[in-house]
Design a protein around this ligand. Sequence first.
Ligand SMILES: NC(=O)c1ccc[n+]([C@@H]2O[C@H](COP(=O)([O-])OP(=O)(O)OC[C@H]3O[C@@H](n4cnc5c(N)ncnc54)[C@H](OP(=O)(O)O)[C@@H]3O)[C@@H](O)[C@H]2O)c1
Length: 334
Amino acid sequence: MKRAWKDKVIVITGASSGIGRATALALARKGAHLVLAARREDPLDELAQRCEALGVRSLVVPTDVSDPAAVRALATQAVHAFGRIDAWVNNAGVYLLGSLEETPDDAFRQVMETNFFGTVYGSRAALAQFRHQGRGTLVNVSSIFGSTAGPYVSAYASSKFAVRGFSASIRQEFEGTGIHVCTILPAAVDTPLWQHSANYTGWRARPVEPISSPERVARAILRGLVHPQRELFIGPSRRAFAVLHSLFPAASEKSLRASMERRQLEPHRQPRTSGSVFRPMAQGTGQSAGYRSPARQWFRRLLLAGGLVATLNSLRRTATGRRLGLRVVDALGA
Ligand SMILES: NC(=O)c1ccc[n+]([C@@H]2O[C@H](COP(=O)([O-])OP(=O)(O)OC[C@H]3O[C@@H](n4cnc5c(N)ncnc54)[C@H](OP(=O)(O)O)[C@@H]3O)[C@@H](O)[C@H]2O)c1
């Protein structure tokens, strides 16, 4: 696997923290050269030094992905420095919590500009270079909210549904050309996203368990780069969750709402904030933000597995259960 990365050139947007930073370091360990983009220059410089200490080359290009000219300049600088681009990861993104009534229009629009149009501009720039080279891999980071929207995230979920649909569309346009498009759909991840989030609810927010590590998402992105798949769901049982959602949408929406209200929004008041939506924030330059407790993760996994086995066992005894089982198997195999 290491050879697959040696001397490859990868552009990563949103590399100044969280998943982007974890992905850059994972790729540097495998020998890939990196082009690192985000708005904050200092954390990118520090990351570049860490990558170079691992023996690879890196280029820092401060970029606001919602500016199409800046994204075109990012691609031009990457090609100028390295001669080609082997893969491009559109990872830059912002989170926004707030009911539709609470969310200001300009914040809603800026979430779309960054998460969706940033991905469109990045994809255009990458695909033009890939077309020229006759090969390349594009990875677009959506979210589980690009598959099962929840309450209080209408701007974010709209942007991530759009990323997913857009990626599926261009994947088909490039089929058979040697150019691959892979969509990543992580569930909750322990990153500074939660510190950077815009929040108009008036309540403090945190990710809902089970929470993946950014390193786990980075490993999935690397898998998507070596063996491009159409879509990769990341997080314990997330594929199964998406399937259950499509089978029982009403029950699933009810439980999502309860989960958002009781678990994602904490009973602590906090002032409304636009977070890093319009301007980057100084804080939150690490990979993780300390939300995961490994012991709790294992306990929850055991409970989930036990509950799943018990449910399947009782369903197996009924004709409806057997029919349902076949539908689940069909959907999971899809
Ligand atoms: N954490 C989760 O639970 C989770 C779950 C599903 C999907 N995701 C997705 O994963 C991706 C990475 O998020 P993360 O969790 O790693 O959060 P994060 O630590 O806040 O990282 C977001 C990155 O995007 C960059 N960014 C934001 N606005 C930008 C802009 N206009 N132009 C350029 N860069 C911009 C940020 O850097 P600057 O502020 O320096 O620009 C930062 O590097 C996002 O697309 C997010 O939606 C996260």
